[in-house]
Design a protein around this ligand. Structure first.
Ligand code: S3P
Length: 453
């Protein structure tokens, strides 16, 4: 969805102060795993089924792109049935592929399209067109791809078809799962071996899923993997677990306001995603993993969280890539904790759907929280939180995070530009309401329409 200026109007969350949450909630399917299941099923041999697919705007953008390349995807209730076209079966799309707000879709597809016999163009909304894409184009060019970026390395990406790729040995400049996955995907078509080294680990859903689909991946160390081109993928039946990044809002909600506990069912707990659990537990949070099991190569559990006295901590920089999408709601927990919380080593947050360090610092200050912003992190003085009007800058995770502050806030929190919540968690307001939050969805013609507290 294109980002609009406030004068064109926007969707607003009006979140009332509430004391408690509780009961049970279920969060929708994992976004990262949904994108990958769809993409890999499309180039597999045979028919795959995806159960628990996340029907959010980001994943539907990947679906539309694959359909535009002649992949037959049928909906069976909320499940998807994908007739894989095999490794050589994608067809030239009739026009540019618009991936909306989705960085994951754009970067993963760049890896796939770099190796196809046809030309393609990847583009997206205003937020996506501000995000860095040279980081994926550079190693793909080293493999032999021809990719043009615009305005100093941004989308649209113009990819020339018909290039024969060759495997490379490449060290990523940052621990990015999107980059690693783009290179792994391109490597499927490349001649010889591709080795990808990373400064530290990042989420490993692509490696796990390729393994389940019969592709041999060598794990050289926790930081290096290799794949040799020429393998084929076997169709699968996937069951997508609930998204830990969506559960994160309810983990913090439970810590702030669930004296009798809040149960979040069926959540993916892949250790490359659950850094927030370690951080919140170190802050004093009581969180139990129940009914731990494995599903399609991914660990899954029910999370039971109980209201806890949180204290500020220094977050270890090694945990940053394992909690990369959870910082907006972690900053809310920090604002409600006793004492100071310091986050460093998180410069990457400036390159997400918004500059999350700057937008969160500005929003927290509106709520009366003292925040110091550094190039690579924030220092937050926890304590009291007031009501106020926040501009989420169209960032879905920031919009959802500020509703959770209502469990500690002394007044109403109005959050502007909340449409993008549909990119990852279309039913967020319903699930949040079910847990006990009180969020009204309004439409503002412009920000001056909203009532002052
Ligand atoms: C994602 C990887 C992460 C994350 C993003 C989804 C993925 O980005 O922030 O929301 O699905 O691979 P990095 O590429 O920075 O790891």
């Amino acid at each position: 969805m294109p980002q609009q200026s406030l004068s064109e109007g926007c969707q607003v969350f009006i979140s009332q102060p509430v004391g408690f949450v509780g009961g049970e909630v279920t969060v929708p399917g994992d976004k990262s795993i949904s994108h990958r299941a769809l993409l890999l099923s499309s180039i597999a041999d045979g028919t795959s089924i995806i159960r628990g697919f996340l029907h959010s705007e980001d994943c539907l953008a990947t679906l539309a792109a694959l359909r535009a390349m002649a992949v037959d995807v049928a909906a069976e209730g909320s499940d998807l049935k994908i007739l894989g076209v095999g490794i050589e079966g994608l067809q030239s799309p009739p026009g540019p592929l618009d991936l909306g707000n989705s960085g994951t879709a754009t970067r993963l597809l760049a890896g796939v399209l770099a190796a196809q016999p046809f030309d393609s163009v990847l583009t997206g909304d205003a937020s996506l067109r501000k995000r860095p894409m040279e980081r994926v184009a550079i190693p793909l060019r080293l493999m032999g791809a021809v990719i043009e970026t615009r305005d100093g390395g941004k989308a649209p990406l113009k990819i020339k078809g018909g290039r024969l790729l060759t495997g490379i040995d490449y060290t990523l400049p940052i621990a990015s799962a999107q980059l690693k996955s783009a290179l792994l995907l391109a490597a499927l078509w490349a001649e010889g071996q591709t080795t990808i080294r990373s400064p530290s680990p990042s989420r490993d859903h692509t490696e796990r899923m390729l393994g389940v689909m019969g592709v041999k991946i060598e794990q050289n160390s926790s930081h290096a993997i290799s794949l040799t081109g020429g393998e084929r993928l076997e169709a699968q039946e996937f069951k997508i677990p609930g998204d830990f990044s969506s559960a994160a809002f309810f983990l913090v909600a439970g810590l702030l306001g669930a004296p009798d506990g809040l149960l979040i069912r069926n959540v993916g707990v892949n250790p490359t995603r659950t850094g927030l659990l370690d951080i919140l537990q170190e802050m004093g949070g009581q969180i139990e993993l129940r009914n731990q099991r494995e599903c399609g190569g991914e660990p899954v559990a029910d999370l039971f969280v109980t209201q806890s006295e949180l204290r500020g901590i220094e977050v270890h920089p090694d945990l940053v890539s394992f909690s990369i999408d959870e910082f907006p709601v972690l900053f809310i927990a920090a604002a409600c904790a006793r004492g100071q919380t310091v986050v460093t080593g998180a410069e990457e947050l400036r390159h997400k759907e918004s500059d999350r360090l700057s937008v969160m610092a500005t929003g927290l200050r509106v709520l009366g929280v003292s925040v110091t912003e550094c190039p690579d992190g924030l220092c937050i003085e926890g304590g009291s939180v007031s009501g106020g009007r926040i501009d989420s800058q169209g960032d879905h995770r920031i919009a959802m995070a500020f509703t959770i502050a209502s469990l500690a806030a002394k007044g109403v929190i109005e959050i502007l530009r909340t449409e993008e919540v549909a990119t990852s968690f279309p039913d967020f307001v319903a699930v949040a309401t079910h847990s006990g939050l009180a969020i009204e969805v309004a439409w503002s013609k412009n920000k001056d329409d909203l009532s002052d507290e």
